[in-house]
Ligand binder design. Structure first.
Ligand code: GDP
Ligand code: MG
Length: 163
């Protein structure tokens, strides 16, 4: 059975961009419109000599209120249930948001191993968000730029002993 990495997080943090980078093809639609990924999507990820399955999770923006929470919960639960490792992605430029905290809380309570990654870390605008990420209680965040392919070495180091 192949190792499964689920990319979890609120809309627009760059989950699909990271998914595409790991899969090496544009299988997932990347868009500025939050909530553009309608379904969970799976692909064969490659990072150096590692091969694993990557799961991209849907955005949740269309639902509101209780429905939003229910759908977020459902998506997260599905991703957690299937995954060998959950990667909680946040947007370091936006900083930690209430929705990020909600995801972190769900993941902290689960048995699934979780790693935290802060995306959009290229340049200087991300520094405060990266520091803020520690407050999520999920350990040291990996600094990534999915768009520019930065931080993938740190992701490799983390996955290498597991895959
Ligand atoms: P998702 O909703 O979490 O799947 O996010 P997407 O992958 O669709 O990306 C949302 C937006 O963030 C798009 O405009 C991407 O181009 C942009 N984005 C993704 N990764 C990065 C990054 O590393 N740096 C910056 N500056 N923008 C990014
Ligand atoms: Mg997406």
């Amino acid at each position: 059975m192949s190792f499964k990495l689920a990319i979890v997080g609120r809309p627009n943090v760059g989950k699909s961009t990271l998914f595409n980078r790991l899969v090496g093809r544009k299988l997932a639609l990347v868009d500025d419109t939050p909530g553009v990924t309608r379904d969970r999507r799976e692909g064969e990820g490659k990072l150096g000599d590692l091969e694993f399955t990557v799961v991209d999770t849907a955005g949740l923006e269309e639902a509101k209120g209780d429905a939003l929470e229910a759908r977020m919960r459902q998506q997260t639960d599905l991703a957690i249930a299937e995954a060998d490792l959950c990667l909680l992605l946040i947007d370091a430029r936006a900083g930690v948001t209430p929705l990020d905290r909600h995801f972190a809380q769900l993941l902290r309570r689960s048995d699934a191993p979780v790693v935290l990654a802060a995306n959009k870390c290229e340049g200087n605008a991300a520094h405060d968000g990266l520091v803020e990420a520690y407050e999520l209680g999920l350990g040291t965040p990996i600094a990534l730029s999915a768009e520019h392919g930065q931080g993938l070495g740190d992701l490799y180091d983390l996955l290498q002993p597991l895959v």
